[in-house]
Design a protein around this ligand. Structure first.
Ligand code: PLP
Length: 448
């Protein structure tokens, strides 16, 4: 086994950090003295969490690292302002600056995605979906969406979600042979069920979605098409994969996944639906917008329009494909044979492993993925036959193909002997070394 050249240096830095921690104060970070003074318990948890993020490899496909500028906006004095309503139409005084901020965020979102209208107030992705349903559906209407167990999302009418109680939900899935969407089968289902809304978008589908095909199906049955692009919004913003925006009646997304922003949601639609969507957020399903969150979204859209962001997204696609290939040649079967986006879903059955055991063994070595059901999974959602990986987190901190190859090798070393603590400890040291070379926020001085 070849030891990467950065390991020695990293071990030395590790000792240094440990010495500081033992002394009761980490010089490395980073909570402000006012928080440390006001609430040492929370301050130390924040420091511990930062250290955890700094020293582990985040391959959780739904996560990312927001830049310091986004965190600064999120922690800003806009938190202190309430502003029920929309720019120019508020129910409180003192909203002049807030109006400018929200309009800036809206204009940036529209420009970034080429949309006629944007609502930047949803507190989360689920809120954004709820508001879209509320804008054009009535309780009891039928929606047709992707099955949760094949990669869809709870908020698309799953029985465990309130959306499954309000609406009649029916689900389409992937074909057993290809593990990809079968648009002829979706069309037949739509013709049979005549849904009011067709919903697309997924959390663990590694392939591109054919939006024109779905729009044609929706038009044929007079349904609305909602595309929930939560996972892939960053890739879409960077134009490295096709956009649903020209094809869908409504597009929703979260800003914290590939898009690298704060935890929040956005709705895009043509101008003709603007009023219905806005009323469905406020007063329909939310109260005041979280203006500090709106500020952080504005920063996120600004960064997403820049070349540096595009390069990260392009590298995310490349490294995901490489990770799929590297794991595949070691006998880990990627569901659907590979990936077209940022995520890789591995079928562990050929290795005699389950998702829960694999996830735990990897975490012990500082490699974070997550257990995930695969299509037609014989195991429960707690156990699962699958592992989901994504490369946004490692690419945001600057890693690329060379590092991805190392990571694939480490994953194989661990999963080949999942109960072997010494293998986990050895890989853990190497993971720490790699993490030291690629700090979470290269321009950390922005925080100060
Ligand atoms: C992550 C995700 C969401 C959930 O967003 P929250 O911000 O957690 O509410 C919604 N839809 C899809 C497809 C997702 O992947």
């Amino acid at each position: 086994m070849d030891v990467p050249y950065w390991v020695d240096k990293a071990v030395a830095v590790d000792y240094l950090i440990r010495a500081e921690t033992v002394a009761g104060f980490s010089m490395k970070e980073n909570t402000s003295s006012s928080l440390q003074h006001a609430d040492p318990a929370v301050a130390s948890l924040i420091d511990a969490e930062r250290e955890r993020q700094e020293s582990t490899l985040n391959l959780i496909a739904a996560e990312n690292t927001a830049p310091a500028a986004v965190l600064e906006a999120l922690g800003s004095c806009f938190n202190n302002k309430t502003a029920e309503g929309y720019p120019g139409r508020r129910y409180h005084t003192g909203c002049g600056v807030a109006d400018e901020l929200e309009q800036l965020a809206v204009d940036r979102a529209k420009a970034l995605f080429g949309a006629g209208h944007a609502n930047v107030q949803p507190h989360s992705g689920v809120n954004a979906n709820l508001a879209v349903y509320g804008a054009v559906l009535k309780p009891g209407d039928t929606i047709l969406s992707m099955k949760l167990s094949h990669g869809g999302h709870l908020s698309h009418g799953d029985a465990a979600s309130i959306t499954g109680r309000i609406f009649q939900a029916a689900h389409y899935g992937v074909s057993p042979g290809t593990e990809r969407l079968d648009y002829d089968a979706i069309r037949e289902q739509a013709l049979r069920l005549r849904p009011r809304m067709l919903v697309a978008g997924a959390s663990s589908y590694p392939r591109l979605i054919d939006y024109p095909a779905l729009r044609a199906i929706a038009d044929e049955v007079s349904a609305y098409l909602l595309v929930d692009m939560a996972h892939i919004a960053g890739l879409v913003a960077a134009r490295v994969i096709p956009s649903p925006v020209p094809h869908a009646h409504f597009v929703t997304f979260t800003t914290y996944k590939t898009l690298m922003g704060p935890h929040g949601g956005v709705i895009l639609c043509p101008a003709e639906f603007a009023r219905q969507v806005d009323r469905s957020i406020f007063p329909g399903t939310q109260g005041t917008p979280t203006l500090s969150l709106v500020a952080a979204k504005a920063v996120c859209f600004h960064r997403a329009a820049q070349e540096e962001f595009r390069a990260v997204q392009a590298r995310t696609l490349k490294t995901a494909a490489l990770l799929a290939a590297e794991l595949s040649r070691r006998g880990y079967r990627p569901v659907s044979g590979g990936t077209d986006n940022h995520l890789v879903l591995i079928d562990l059955r050929g290795k005699g492993l389950t998702g829960d055991r694999a996830e735990a063994a990897l975490e012990a070595a500082g490699i974070l993925g997550n257990r995930n059901v695969i299509p037609f999974d014989p195991e429960s959602t707690q156990v699962t036959s699958g592992l989901r990986f994504g490369t946004p987190g490692i690419c945001t901190r600057g890693m690329g193909e060379e590092e991805t190859r190392h990571i694939a090798g480490w994953i194989d070393r661990i999963l080949s002997r999942p109960e072997d603590r010494s293998v986990q400890q050895a890989v853990r040291r190497e993971v720490r070394g790699l993490c030291r070379r690629f700090p979470l926020q290269p321009n950390r001085e922005e925080v100060a």
